[in-house]
Design a protein around this ligand. Structure first.
Ligand code: ADP
Length: 557
């Protein structure tokens, strides 16, 4: 822009100066012709006329003299001075002798000479003026041509000079917007565009550095996380939202018997078609179920945990975690074996203590005083309690080791209910609780282990008596429900808070605040195992303060 303006200024200046110079010169030359020569011609003309009128007009002499004087003051050409002096001398001679006609002709010749000189000068000066005009024309034409060429160069190049860097800059900006941080703009210019290009390049360089350092950081973090995941003893499998495999760690590679490199990106359900474990993992269902997996020449136990990966409330993938619980399993097994051994070993001595206590009360052994009788009763009670506990522990260990021995046979529900009621009658009487048995007539037989089913019913009844107030009633019923036989023990005791119901069949669970010295928290969980092992279903209904119902159903045989 500055260049263009400077150029425009120079054009105006050059044309102005040159034009003025030539116009001034031409006007000078014109004025000189007028002043130097045209006036001399006028004087000569007047002197000529005065000379004609000299004999008739007495003013003619003065007129001649006046014009001669002016001519004397306007001598400008070479030879004009001599001609004017000749004229003056001839005029003086005429004044001395006016009758000499030769003086007239001398004067005329002198005037003609002066006229010739001035006319020649006019012709010459006209030539000079013409030459000057030609020069001016030439110079101005040259100047015009050169400036037109320069102007044309400007017209064709100036838009390019401005738009070229702009388009290159916008091209660069577009590249950077598209994350091409390697883009650079090379403008070898010292102007604002050059500065802009340099600033752009610096910016792109900084972005590039930032990007590559970020990338390096992300790569480093990725490999760190991969190493951590690979070092874990748990199996970890990552899936994306479309259930394509994202990663596998070393443990899950071993468990699945697949290589990460071969299955990454594959659709997990496709892999499940030929891989049993993958099929189990993808199955929806109780997640906490234990999986027994044979890998690395040994049996291991895993818990499947499926974690949903969310981003801003949108599911972006899943992580399947196979928690290795083998150590816990082994410890649990050791504990169960220990409990089984101890409770088995305790059973015989406790039974013999009970037997001895019973013998002590026999009068044939000897009479006991009141105090001694009380002590023996206490020994019997405690032995009963110990027997119950060891019995439950033994049952539990059988359940845990999967060693339940079932004697399934067609059984009469009425007989089972009667057996259970008989077993708890004494306890009920002690709290003056009435047991009402309501067994439907003509009940079909069920396929069950009588001993274990009675045990469950006894456990229900014992709990009902335990958690009911004195002098209340407990109802035990058995009836047909379509093709099923249902057993229910209902009490009007203290009931169970709703939040504890889901855990009531868990091992060792006791409702907080239960002060029962004899309770192990095992009764209900053993009941559940016994009933489910026989193909039955167990359930509970309870309301705090209103009482509880515990029941189970069997298919009619
Ligand atoms: P325990 O041998 O300690 O009684 P159970 O497994 O039989 O263990 O019972 C677990 C818990 O359930 C008990 O501690 C008790 O708090 C609660 N419970 C069982 N039956 C009843 C019932 N009929 N009424 C109220 N609470 C009960």
């Amino acid at each position: 822009m500055s260049l263009g303006l400077i150029f425009l200024f120079i054009v105006i200046l050059l044309f102005g100066v040159l034009g003025l110079f030539y116009i001034n010169r031409l006007s000078n030359e014109g004025r000189l012709v007028l002043q130097n020569n045209h006036e001399s011609l006028v004087y000569c003309n007047r002197m000529m006329r005065a000379l004609e009128d000299l004999r008739t007009d007495k003013n003619a002499l003065d007129n001649f003299r006046e014009n001669l004087k002016k001519q004397q003051q306007n001598v400008t050409e070479v030879g004009e001075k001599e001609a004017t002096e000749d004229l003056t001398r001839n005029f003086n001679e005429l004044l001395i002798d006016p009758s000499d006609s030769s003086n007239y002709s001398d004067i005329r010749r002198s005037i003609n000479k002066i006229e010739d000189l001035n006319e020649m000068a006019i012709v010459r000066k006209n030539g000079v003026a013409q030459h000057t005009a030609e020069n001016a024309k030439g110079a101005l034409t040259w100047l015009f041509t050169i400036l037109t060429l320069v102007a044309f160069t400007f017209i064709f190049n100036l838009p390019g000079i401005i738009s070229d860097p702009i388009s290159r800059l916008s091209e660069g900006i577009r590249a950077v917007a598209g994350k091409d941080y390697k883009k650079r703009i090379y403008l070898k210019r010292g102007d604002e565009f050059g500065e802009l290009a340099n600033a752009f390049n610096t910016m792109a360089e900084k972005l590039d550095e930032y990007e590559s350092s970020n990338l390096a950081k992300i790569k480093f973090e990725k490999s760190r996380i991969e190493t951590i995941i690979n070092q874990m003893r748990d199996g970890i499998i990552g899936l994306d939202e479309k259930r394509n495999v994202l990663f596998l760690n070393a443990v899950s590679e071993k468990l699945l018997g697949l290589k990460e490199s071969t299955i990454v990106g594959s659709y997990a359900p496709d892999i499940a078609l030929s891989n049993d474990l993958m099929r189990t993992l993808l199955q929806e269902g109780p997640e906490k179920k234990e999986l027994k997996i044979y890998a690395d020449n040994k049996e291991s136990y895993f818990n499947k945990d499926v974690l949903d990966v969310m981003d801003n409330g949108i599911l972006i993938g899943q992580v399947i975690v196979l928690r290795n619980i083998t150590p816990f399993h082994e410890l649990n097994e050791a504990k169960t074996n220990f409990i089984a051994t101890v409770s088995h070993e305790l059973k015989t001595p406790i039974s013999s203590i009970k037997m001895s206590a019973k013998l002590l009360t026999d009068l044939r052994v000897g009479a006991l005083n009141e105090e001694q009788q009380e002590l023996v009763r206490s020994i019997t009670d405690d032995s009963d309690r110990l027997l119950k506990i060891t019995g439950e522990l033994l049952n539990m260990s059988q359940v845990e080791t999967g060693n339940i021995q079932l004697k399934l046979q067609p059984a009469n529900p009425t007989a089972i209910v009667d057996q259970a009621v008989q077993a708890v009658l004494f306890q009920a009487q002690q709290k003056r609780i009435s047991i009402h048995a309501a067994v439907a007539e003509n009940l079909p037989f069920i396929q069950a282990d009588v001993e274990k089913t009675s045990w469950v019913l006894i456990n229900f009844l014992t709990n009902a008596i335990k958690y009911s107030p004195e002098e209340s009633g407990v109802e035990v019923s058995a009836f047909r429900n379509r093709d099923k036989v249902e057993f229910i023990v209902r009490d009007k005791g203290r009931g169970i808070e709703e939040k504890y119901l889901p855990r009531i069949f868990d091992r060792y669970f006791k409702v907080p605040g239960t002060h029962d010295r004899n309770g192990t928290g095992l009764g209900l969980s053993i009941s559940k195992e016994f009933i489910e092992a026989q193909g039955g279903k167990i359930w509970v209904n309870s309301e705090l303060g209103a009482g509880s119902s515990f029941g189970f159903t069997f298919n009619a045989a």
